[in-house]
Design a protein around this ligand. Structure first.
Ligand SMILES: [Zn+2]
Length: 301
């Protein structure tokens, strides 16, 4: 019999979940299509059944859930982008119908940060920022060993820090947010502006690797905005490490090197040459479940 926690990641298209030991080892994993369930209650029922059917002789310690706009304080999901759900979904309450144990909810970016802290290279690092560069830009901020949740549980949205007044239109309804300049989607947008042609982020990466000037420019522009925003973030929380994670972070040195350069250029001198920018140590495919399951270990430790 092993002690395990459930990690559940609810995404706009897929929901993935599994039973995970406190060392990050998976005992079982499963998945369903989020869009197959009109009522979130039915999704919870299906996920819970699968988890219970596959718990075997192990001891469940808790349920951790990463979901868009997941509220750590009250366990609800509020106005979730990309989910066709009611405005307030009491997710914790729904799961407690199946599991009489701690159920902890937060957004996916905070969960990823916790995954790095519990299982990854941020173990013992008390001050860091985890930046996920995917379709959008998500971030989890850890200070003094705790995720920053803020007054309403929605703190740490670096993706919606405005880096260009009156700049690109953002999905949040405003203009000039960082995620419109630094994300997989954003670099395609930059490439379009530079060439008038459509490229995916992977195509921009390949072209930059082949030394094509426009693609190198696209990376440089992305890094300039990201580096500036990270320098500003550093002034607020003074992190030891900034992790970059997600599809665009796979570009490696093409992104990391100029981002570090522009961050240093914009840093207040007291922070200069102190902050590392590193790739996440978590496996991209497992990170979402690991992060959610880490919520439980962090909570009960
Ligand atoms: Zn925005």
């Amino acid at each position: 019999m092993k002690k395990v926690s459930a990690g559940i990641d609810i995404g706009g298209t897929n929901t993935v979940f599994g039973w995970v030991e406190s060392n990050g080892h998976f005992l079982w994993r499963g998945g369903v299509k989020t869009t197959d369930f009109k009522d979130p209650k039915d999704l919870v029922k299906q996920v819970s059944r699968q988890l219970l059917d596959n718990l075997e002789e192990n001891e469940a310690m808790g349920i951790g859930i990463g979901a868009p706009n997941g509220n750590y304080y009250n366990g609800t999901v509020e106005f979730a982008p990309n989910l066709d759900w009611p405005n307030y979904v009491p997710l914790k309450e729904y799961f407690n119908d199946y599991f009489d144990m701690p159920v902890i909810v937060t957004n996916d970016a905070n969960a990823t940060a916790l995954g790095e802290m519990v299982y990854g290279s941020a173990k013992g690092v008390n001050n860091f920022i985890m930046v996920t560069l995917g379709t959008g830009l998500g971030s989890g901020i850890v200070t003094n060993g705790q995720v920053v949740y803020g007054h309403d549980a929605f703190a740490g949205e670096l993706g919606h820090v405005i880096v260009e007044e009156g700049g690109r239109s953002c999905g949040c309804g405003r203009n000039g947010c960082l995620e419109t300049y630094a994300s997989a989607t954003a670099i395609s947008r930059t490439a379009k502006e530079l060439t008038s042609k459509k490229y995916t982020s992977v195509q921009v990466f390949e072209a930059a690797n082949n030394g094509e000037q426009w693609a190198l420019e696209a990376f440089d522009f992305t890094a300039r905005k990201l580096g500036l925003a990270l320098a500003n973030a550093a002034a607020i929380t003074s992190p030891k490490i900034i992790y970059l994670f997600g599809g665009l972070a796979l570009a490696g040195e093409l992104l990391f090197k100029p981002t570090k350069l522009y961050m240093e250029e914009n840093l207040l001198s007291i922070y200069k040459n102190k902050i590392q920018i590193l790739p996440s140590s978590l496996d991209g495919a497992d990170a979402a479940i690991l992060g959610a399951s880490a919520l439980v270990w962090k909570e009960i430790s």
